[in-house]
Design a protein around this ligand. Structure first.
Ligand SMILES: Cc1ncc(COP(=O)(O)O)c(C=O)c1O
Length: 426
């Protein structure tokens, strides 16, 4: 939860190419209120150069980087990360379909999922993805049925190292009690390695671990490497993927390691464990894209419940950002027409959905006097907002624009009422 602070929004929460001109927020030279006028609200505005910069930092820090599509995905994003030299981690048939539709070569795709259906496995095998990350014994059996007699699929085995990191339970996945992967401590991981080695349908290339999301201490990755190192030395496999999870600051006062710090900690831990020959891959999602975007809303109603609190209701909510409802995640808010103004008022910013829990910012600091018709924006909404969004209450999904010095690209158009009927057979 963000603590109300009368100070203006800290600049570090804005995209790299944000500037404030006479109080008005611009991104890559484009007025954010102007974009809202043109594309309507709610609106996701992405700073394209910011995303490219994070991709370059990741590529400079690790041998192999796959962008985790779940954070935010569409054809524009798929092409952009591929242009920057990243592979893509897809975790469903839908993400795979979009990546292939964008023209990303299958040799740049890594297929994830703890409950891959036969159809999804077939899609991935037939496309020829680079690596299948196998999550359970049933999946191995299914792959054996799907691949032809002379074919093999290159796989990683996802293992859970039993490392608990400081994050929300639902986004912490490396602990023993998890629906993902083969547990190391109970011997399942060892059995999986033996089973995969006996199979003529798969070629075991390495191990995958993902600790969870919003990892704020790079040494958590060193701990995971120390825990799995004895098994890795036994198995002598050529590849290790450390998943994603690098944290990002969302609110005043938070700090997180950057890609350089992450790479240094990992390289040191790998060297300390004598694992220098192994190829290291990572799968960042949030740290590539979260802080590159802001979401802009229009205030629809302000209610002062005298002596209780003030509610500010906007034209979006849990359908474009469910993270506060799911995890109690904190955000900041500001008015993009007075982006450097002090924020002495404390309000609860809520959405338009029929749920009392539809809160975007619990104790938001905003400028005084914000009224119906004004804009409000939340920064650091580039990850797990649009991608986790929904049509709850048949609310239309927002447009997504990418802005750069070269111009404005509408990557995803705003939904129309007709879109709601596309799959409705009446
Ligand atoms: C297997 C795997 N890889 C990568 C990621 C991306 O994590 P993040 O966006 O926190 O970097 C996730 C997130 O859930 C994941 O489950």
């Amino acid at each position: 939860m963000s603590a109300a602070s009368p100070a203006p929004l800290p600049r570090f929460l804005l995209p790299d190419n944000a500037s404030i001109v006479d109080g008005v927020l611009h991104i890559a030279g484009h007025s954010v209120p102007g974009l809202s006028e043109r594309f309507g609200t709610p609106l996701f505005v992405y700073d394209e150069s910011h995303v490219r910069d994070r991709c370059r930092q990741a590529v400079a820090s690790f041998e192999s980087v796959a962008y985790a599509a779940k954070a935010f995905f569409n054809k524009t994003m798929a092409r952009l990360v591929a242009e920057e030299g990243l592979s893509i981690d897809v975790a469903s048939g839908g993400e795979l379909y979009i990546a292939l539709s964008a023209g990303v070569p299958p040799s740049r795709l890594v297929m994830h999922g703890n409950a891959k259906s036969e159809r999804e496995l077939r899609m991935a095998v037939e496309a020829g993805v680079h690596r299948m990350v196998v999550d359970g014994f049933d999946e191995l059996t299914r792959i054996e049925h799907i691949v032809g007699p002379d074919e093999t699929v290159d796989i990683l085995l996802r293992i859970t190292p039993g490392v608990e990191i400081h994050t929300h339970d639902f986004i912490s996945t490396g602990q023993d009690d998890s629906k993902f992967g083969f547990t190391l401590s109970t011997g399942l991981a060892h059995e999986a390695v033996e089973r995969a080695r006996r199979s003529s349908s798969v070629r075991l290339q390495g191990i995958h671990v993902h600790l969870g999301s919003q990892v704020f201490r790079a040494d958590s990755f060193a701990r995971a490497i120390a825990v799995i190192a004895p098994a890795l030395r036994d198995w002598e496999l050529p590849e290790l993927s450390l998943g994603g999870g690098l944290g990002v600051p969302y609110v005043t006062g938070e700090t997180a390691p950057d890609f350089g710090d992450w790479g240094t900690v990992v390289r040191t831990a790998i060297a300390d464990e004598g694992l220098g020959a192994i190829e290291i891959a990572v799968e960042p999602g949030r740290s590539i894209v979260a802080s590159s975007a802001v979401t802009v809303y229009t205030v629809q109603a302000v209610k002062d419940l005298r002596g209780i609190r003030t509610y500010v209701a906007v034209d979006g909510g849990m359908s474009d950002n469910p993270r506060p409802v799911l995890y109690g995640s904190g955000y900041e808010a500001f008015d993009p027409n007075q982006a450097d103004a002090p924020r002495p008022a404390t309000v609860r910013i809520v959405g338009k959905h029929c749920e009392s829990g539809d809160v975007l910012v619990d104790d938001a600091a905003i400028p005084r006097g914000v009224a119906a018709g004004d804009l409000l924006a939340t920064p650091v909404t580039g990850a797990y907002g649009h991608s986790m969004g929904s049509n709850y209450n048949k609310v239309l999904r927002p447009a997504v624009v990418f802005v750069s010095e070269g111009g404005v690209r509408e990557a995803v158009r705003r939904e129309r009422y007709e879109d709601l009927l596309i799959t409705d057979l009446g």
